[in-house]
Ligand binder design. Structure first.
Ligand SMILES: Cc1cc2nc3c(=O)[nH]c(=O)nc-3n(C[C@H](O)[C@H](O)[C@H](O)COP(=O)(O)OP(=O)(O)OC[C@H]3O[C@@H](n4cnc5c(N)ncnc54)[C@H](O)[C@@H]3O)c2cc1C
Length: 367
């Protein structure tokens, strides 16, 4: 099996061995058996957030194809009483469509994100002012070290901006995801948290809007950026945003051009270390705040235009969105995608002193 057939970038060499797991038991067994004999394994959902090398993957690729959306008992008195348990292999976007149809709010702004539900916690998917963390109650995982299945509450997953403990190296497979959603009068959305989406809906940030309208507006915005998978749009042959928005200190951001977009982040409180038996004498030092920068702005202002490609390369910057690296030509290799990514990193670092970090997971290839 060529991984190019299983990834949205349509690059990647062969898998030594391939298993499609349609039941939780088969998924658990495939991973544990491989791990027990030291065979490398890779769990794959929709392949929409990976860059797989041209040499392919050693060991076994286990594709998660488990299905099922179960409605659990409502939790009365909760602001988000509707509880769903979703199997890892369910399509994320089909799940969002289902919740919108039933009038449940919480994940409507995450419409159009490709991939599986089990992969959603890996980088705490987010878009248009929402992220998974807001609606995630817990996940059931297969913990590789213990070989056991257990339920992990969302706060223990260290979910952050495009990250989690799972993305940071905790060896576990997500088997199912529990969500808590709001039931609103007249199928209204959660308060809209993103200016561009609010504009498209003709409401103010913080207002609610019809759920179905939010979903359509998000899908339309995403389509205009090539950010929704569309077989007729070669610009969507990508892994979505290739770089995360960098987070830097306020003092560093002050040295950037005044028109560089920046969004202040919640400052982390400084750890307060108090020797046993004593009282804190002085209040902790204030911590310097951080700001999130726009990776797209940095790339464009480092001189890399939409549609840019290195000479002779099949990989290119999307003509619709600077942050997406595409295989719009249909002939890119993973090596060419990585080469383009490195070139962009170098240009941005030398122009602004900011190192861009890739968002997709790299398998058998490095930057
Ligand atoms: C056009 C486009 C637009 C996108 N837009 C967004 C966006 O707006 N916001 C956003 O956050 N992301 C976005 N993405 C990225 C991607 O869709 C998400 O990260 C998605 O959650 C990946 O799901 P997947 O099933 O395809 O994961 P895969 O690509 O198959 O896997 C990604 C990683 O997760 C691991 N993994 C997958 N399933 C499991 C599991 N069950 N248990 C443990 N590990 C697992 C894999 O081993 C791999 O390391 C976009 C991608 C594309 C192509």
């Amino acid at each position: 099996m060529q991984l190019a057939e299983l990834t949205t970038l349509r690059v990647g060499g062969p898998a030594e061995r391939f298993v499609e797991a349609t039941t939780v038991d088969a998924l658990v067994e495939a991973v544990l058996e491989a791990d027990a004999v030291g065979e490398p394994w890779l769990v794959l959902g929709g392949g929409s957030n990976v860059l797989v090398g041209d040499e392919g993957v050693e060991g076994v690729v286990v594709r998660v194809a488990t299905r099922g959306i179960e409605r659990l008992a409502d939790v009365s008195g909760s602001a988000r009483p509707v509880r769903l348990r979703v199997q890892a292999g369910e399509s994320w976007d089909a799940l969002v469509a289902h919740t919108v149809e039933y009038g449940w709010a919480g994940i409507e702004a995450l419409s159009g994100i490709p991939g599986s539900t089990g992969a959603a916690p890996i980088q705490n998917i987010g878009a248009y002012g929402q992220d998974l963390a807001e609606s995630l109650v817990s996940v059931e995982v297969l913990d590789i070290e213990s070989g056991e299945r257990r339920t992990v509450p969302a706060p223990d997953l260290e979910l952050g901006y495009r990250t989690s403990a799972l993305k940071q190296g905790w060896r576990a497979v997500v088997l199912s995801v529990d969500l808590a959603l709001e039931r609103t009068d007249g199928a209204r959305s959660r308060p809209v948290g993103y200016a561009q989406l609010a504009d498209a809906l003709g409401v103010s940030v913080g207002d609610r809007a019809p759920l179905a309208g939010v979903r359509s507006a998000v899908l339309a915005l995403r389509a205009s950026k090539g950010m929704v998978l569309d077989e007729h749009d070669p610009q969507s042959v990508s892994a979505g945003s290739f770089f995360t928005n960098p987070i830097v200190t306020e003092s560093f951001a002050l040295r950037l051009p005044g028109d560089a977009p920046r969004w202040p982040q919640q400052p982390e409180p400084a750890p307060l270390v108090v020797p046993l038996g004593s009282e804190p004498a002085t209040p902790p030092e204030p911590v310097e705040g951080t700001v999130k920068l726009s990776a797209a702005w940095l790339i464009e202002h480092a001189g890399i235009a939409r549609g840019f490609a290195l000479p002779g390369s099949g990989a290119s910057v999307s003509t619709k969105h600077t942050l997406a690296l595409t295989n719009a030509s249909g002939r890119a290799t993973a090596g060419e995608v990585a080469e383009l990514a490195r070139y962009i990193q170098t240009r941005v670092a030398s122009e602004f002193g900011v190192v861009l970090h890739p968002e997709p997971v790299f398998v058998g290839i490095a930057l």
